[in-house]
Design a protein around this ligand. Structure first.
Ligand code: NAD
Length: 495
């Protein structure tokens, strides 16, 4: 979706950021029960931009109780069309506050405003309006069984949902969870990532303003090991929808076993973007650069491994390096900034460690891979050539602006390398031979395959992967199934 939003910085967002930020429980902004707070930084300047109430187990109890009351009360019993109308009203309010939300999201997550305007915000609105339309179209089937019975299915909302969200796309990924769950009639306790809680709190306030009843959407910021853990282990939570790292995802599956919660997990990736030597190399290199450097590489489906056939290898490395060098770092609110900082000092150190590891393993650092400036967590976009499939920089998710370029001989070799990690989220393939490209797409272990393009997502198509990339799918009809359960009804026609 492409929508032009006029963006005027330093307006309502500044006013919002100055406020003390509370938890949102049962329709009210409330302090945490411990009285503790934590700070959120702008990753481009390291300045504190907000102070936020830090939730704990007692706050999770309050939020889950509120969500349960709202589920049994107004939300599941409301006319389905009315739920849809409320979600559309919320979308309208979000659009009216576009400047403010885009600025909050950009400053809190270290995102250049040009990217937030182009991707995060429109995608969040598209997701919300798409699922608002679903609210009154979630149907069952009449299933023929016996002649003396009418048998049919209805889909019931699963109940109280815990939504646990990462920091790389807080608004967009948050909405991937909120919109379908709410459309299905579920109520929610959402835990944003500690590093990026602000947009969630603002859109939560606007949900109330739109008329979504108190308790339907509760937001409890705080540490994963406290708030996240309490949600995952809570006996009155019916489902956990999680996006984040494989390690935490594994713990969530174990925790959810207590009361057999439904679980869906969107985890990491080490996606291969495969370029055959008959491809349009200019287009392929341009998309490969965007595929890894967008959001400073902090994208689950980042094309962090670019596999290039022997004949095209040198040219693609050269083109990637030129594109890496052309990215502009700077003020997040300057529309010309194209490469933002990474999210935190910890993340910066981890990425710089991987650059060292790559050099020690014998890969050639063609460009980038250094901290830029002394304030803010900026890293210059890095291109590694002569990377071998077995190296750690080819196997492990770096989650930063670092690409490993790997040479391959033929289709079988490319497929072996592409499928040879613990992940299976996404893959790209570039070739003018459509048969080869589609054969590759069929054999790639990936939830999404892009042919002669890279990186598109659309809420109408399923999204997710298997193994270390997760469990289940989000988006489209898959999300409706995630947040509802079918119920079979028998009517005796001979009574
Ligand atoms: P993370 O797993 O550290 O944190 C994600 C969320 O889980 C945060 O809200 C965090 O507070 C919470 N959390 C942490 N410990 C927890 C616990 N013990 N119990 C419950 N919740 C807990 O991940 P991150 O560093 O925020 O995000 C980066 C990771 O997310 C990367 O691996 C990336 O690939 C993945 N990701 C995947 C997708 C996708 O769609 N597949 C999208 C974005 C990010």
């Amino acid at each position: 979706m492409s929508v032009a939003y006029d963006f005027t910085p330093e307006t309502a967002a500044a006013e919002f950021l100055r406020k003390p930020h509370q938890l949102l429980i049962d329709g009210k902004r409330v302090p945490s029960s411990s009285g503790r707070t934590f700070k959120s930084l702008n990753p481009a300047t390291e300045e504190v931009i907000a102070t936020i109430a830090e939730g704990n187990e007692a706050d999770v109890d309050r939020a889950v109780a509120a969500a349960r009351r709202a589920f049994e009360g107004p939300w599941r019993t409301m006319r389905a069309a009315e739920r849809g109308h409320l979600l559309l009203k919320w979308a309208e309010l979000l659009k009216r506050h576009a400047d403010e939300i885009v600025e909050i999201e950009s400053l809190d997550g270290g995102k250049p405003v040009s990217a937030t305007l182009r991707q995060d915000f429109p995608a969040a609105i598209d997701t919300l309006t798409y699922y608002a339309g679903w609210a009154d179209k979630i149907t069952g089937d009449v299933v023929p069984t016996r002649d003396d019975a009418l048998t049919y299915t209805v889909r019931e909302p699963v109940g109280v949902v815990a939504a646990i969200v990462p920091w790389n796309f807080p608004l967009m990924i948050g909405m991937w969870k909120l919109a379908p769950a709410l459309a299905c009639g579920c109520t929610i306790v959402m835990k944003p990532a500690e590093l990026t809680s602000l947009s969630a709190l603002r859109i939560g306030e606007l949900a109330l303003e739109a008329g979504i009843p108190p308790g339907v959407l509760n937001i409890v910021p705080g540490p994963g090991r406290v708030v996240g853990d309490a949600l995952v282990n809570h006996p009155d939570v019916d489902k956990v929808t999680f996006t984040g790292s494989p390690g935490v995802g594994r713990g969530i599956m174990k925790g959810a076993a207590g009361n057999f919660k439904r679980v869906s997990l969107e985890l990491g990736g080490k996606s291969a973007n495969v370029i055959f030597d008959d491809a349009n190399l200019e287009a392929a290199a341009k998309a490969a650069a965007a595929g890894i450097f967008f959001n400073a590489g902090q994208v689950c489906s980042a094309g962090s491994r670019v596999l290039v056939q022997e004949g095209a290898y040198d040219e693609v490395v050269e083109r990637l390096a030129a594109r890496a060098k052309s990215l502009r770092m700077g003020d997040l609110l300057d529309r010309n900034t194209s490469l933002g900082p990474v999210i935190s000092e910890k993340q910066m150190k981890s990425i710089l460690d991987y650059v060292d590891i790559g050099e020690r393993e014998g890969a050639s650092l063609v460009t980038g891979g250094e901290r830029v400036g002394q304030r803010g967590y900026f890293i210059s976009a890095a291109v590694f050539a002569n990377v071998k499939h077995e190296m750690r920089i080819s196997q492990e998710e770096i989650f930063g602006p670092v690409v490993s370029v790997i040479k391959f001989k033929d289709e079988a070799d490319a497929l072996r390398i592409a499928n040879g990690t613990a992940y299976s989220l996404a893959a790209g393939v570039w070739s003018r031979d459509v048969v080869r490209a589609q054969r590759f797409a069929k054999r790639a272990r990936a939830g999404t395959v892009w042919i002669n393009t890279y990186g598109y997502t659309d809420v109408r198509l399923p999204w997710g992967g298997e193994r270390d990339s997760g469990l289940g799918r989000e988006h489209g009809t898959a999300a409706i199934q995630n947040f509802t359960e079918p119920k079979a009804v028998w009517v005796n026609l001979s009574a």
